[in-house]
Each structure stands twice: as structure tokens, then as C-alpha cells.
Design a protein around this ligand. Structure first.
Ligand SMILES: C[S@@+](CC[C@H](N)C(=O)[O-])C[C@H]1O[C@@H](n2cnc3c(N)ncnc32)[C@H](O)[C@@H]1O
Length: 246
């Protein structure tokens, strides 16, 4: 295994032990769902991971949810979770890349992407995913944003390395408008949403520290966790609820 393969293998070992792969709570997923202008019949969830959001969405309506991810093991966990929670008949899984989605234009009432659009770039996602929405369709996505125009040097250095495309809410909204959406609403995820992500992750790192002492992936994740432990006054996760213009 080369260094990159080892890094990715370690990364997967760490995250495979967790259900949630990004900040969020069931309550805030429901909050965003309730802000939709109408009840959807068809939902595409992109970067669904193990389905922590999928099963919550499935309980909110009768919509068929097509959940896509490029990680087959995660999709298999999602199917187990959907069966356990009694929503398997409403969920279709598909292993696909978010950059090359195998769906016809105007296929979905809603596209939902919690903590995943950054992987291809949020602005690119705004543009590429829009044609898949029906008229008056809605895109819901969450993204890490700056809450200040003047972050501290330490935070700036860290996030420029980890997420160079990170920007402010205002810039994301402008990009969304330019891509052909109007803002229905947006809100900042709570500290509880962060804790739901980083506390189990910290526990996982603590459990693996001895056996993976030399792992660069583990060290990098601990550095990221140290930033979270210091609080969220300069950055946060923002949920955008965006309607497609005609
Ligand atoms: C940060 S995780 C968020 C997962 C989930 N939404 C959650 O909140 O737990 C990002 C997800 O995107 C998936 N992913 C990464 N690259 C992808 C790609 N090119 N196409 C589809 N999914 C991808 C990962 O496997 C992972 O499940």
C-alpha cells in the first residue's frame, strides 16, 4: 500500500465505526424539511453515507427517496438501517458519483445533501444538480461557512488547508442566486449538531490511539477535533433551502 492508500484505509477504519459522518441532528433535518414549500413525492439524497438522514426524511412523508453514495459499504449499512426503522419500502439506494448522476433531467421534487456538496464544490453542485430538479423543485444542502470576514490567523490557516473553498453565507447565497435558485430559508446548525458528530469521533480516536499511533489520518483528525473543542464562534455549518427558478 502506498502512503495515500494507507491514509485512506486508516480514514475508513476510523469513520466506518461511526454512524454520522457530518454535523447534524434529527431535529434540524426535520426543521429543514418543514421549511419545504410543499410535501415532495420524490427525493434524491446525495452523499447519504450510512443513512442517518435518509431514515429521518423517510418518516416525514410518503416520498420515495433515492439515496446515492459512492461508498457501497455505507449503502449496505443504510439498507440495514432502513429495514430496522421500517422505511425500507420507501428507500432506493444506488452507488453513484455525485459528479456524474445517472438520472434524467426534472426527476426530483427535492435534492438533499447534508455535508456532502463540498466534495465536488458547492458552487459546482448548485449548477450541476439544478437540471435534475423539477420546476419549483428545492435543493437543501449544508455547508461549512465562515461566520466572520476576519477569521483568526490560526483558524484561517487550518481551514485554508482543509477546505480552501470555504466562504461566507453571503457568498454562497450569491452563488446560488447566480446558478438559478432563490433562497427559501437558511439557518445555522446548533452546537448540538456539531457535538453529535465530533463527540463520537473523538471517542473513536481515543479508542484507536494506541493501535494506530503512527497513523497520519488519525493525527489529522485529532487536529481537526482540537479546533472543534475550542468552539464555533468563527465558523459553522449552514443549511440552505433553495428553490429552483423556472
Ligand atoms: C461527510 S460525509 C456525509 C455523509 C452523510 N450525509 C452524513 O451526514 O452522515 C460525505 C459522504 O459523501 C460520500 N461521497 C464522497 N465522494 C462522493 C462522490 N464522488 N459521490 C457520491 N458520494 C460521495 C462519502 O462516501 C460520504 O458518505
Amino acid at each position: 500500500m502506498n502512503t495515500h492508500e494507507q491514509y485512506m484505509a486508516d480514514f475508513n477504519t476510523i469513520f466506518d465505526g461511526l454512524d454520522r459522518w457530518g454535523p447534524g441532528t434529527e431535529a434540524e433535518t426535520i426543521k429543514a424539511f418543514k421549511l419545504l414549500p410543499s410535501i415532495p413525492q420524490t427525493v434524491l439524497e446525495i452523499g447519504c453515507g450510512k443513512g442517518i438522514t435518509t431514515t429521518v426524511l423517510a418518516k416525514q412523508s410518503d416520498a420515495v427517496i433515492t439515496a446515492i453514495d459512492n461508498h457501497e459499504d455505507a449503502l449496505s449499512k443504510l439498507r440495514e438501517r432502513a429495514t430496522e426503522t421500517g422505511v425500507a419500502d420507501k428507500v432506493i439506494t444506488q452507488c453513484a458519483s455525485m459528479t456524474d448522476l445517472p438520472f434524467d433531467d426534472a426527476s426530483f421534487d427535492v435534492i438533499w445533501a447534508e455535508g456532502s456538496a463540498y466534495i465536488m464544490g458547492v458552487n459546482k453542485a448548485f449548477k450541476q444538480w439544478r437540471p435534475l430538479l423539477k420546476d419549483k423543485g428545492v435543493l437543501v444542502l449544508s455547508d461549512l461557512v465562515w461566520h466572520t470576514e476576519t477569521p483568526s490567523a490560526e483558524r484561517l490557516a487550518f481551514w485554508q488547508k482543509e477546505y480552501p473553498d470555504m466562504t461566507t453565507v453571503e457568498v454562497r447565497i450569491k452563488q446560488a442566486q447566480e446558478a438559478g435558485y432563490h433562497v427559501i430559508d437558511n439557518f445555522t446548525l446548533s452546537d448540538k449538531a456539531w457535538q453529535a458528530y465530533f463527540l463520537p469521533l473523538q471517542q473513536r480516536i481515543n479508542d484507536l490511539k494506541e493501535t494506530m499511533a503512527e497513523s497520519q489520518a488519525l493525527k489529522d483528525i485529532q487536529t481537526e477535533l482540537d479546533i472543534y473543542h475550542q468552539g464555533f464562534e468563527q465558523f459553522g455549518y449552514q443549511v440552505f433551502i433553495l428553490g429552483r427558478f423556472e
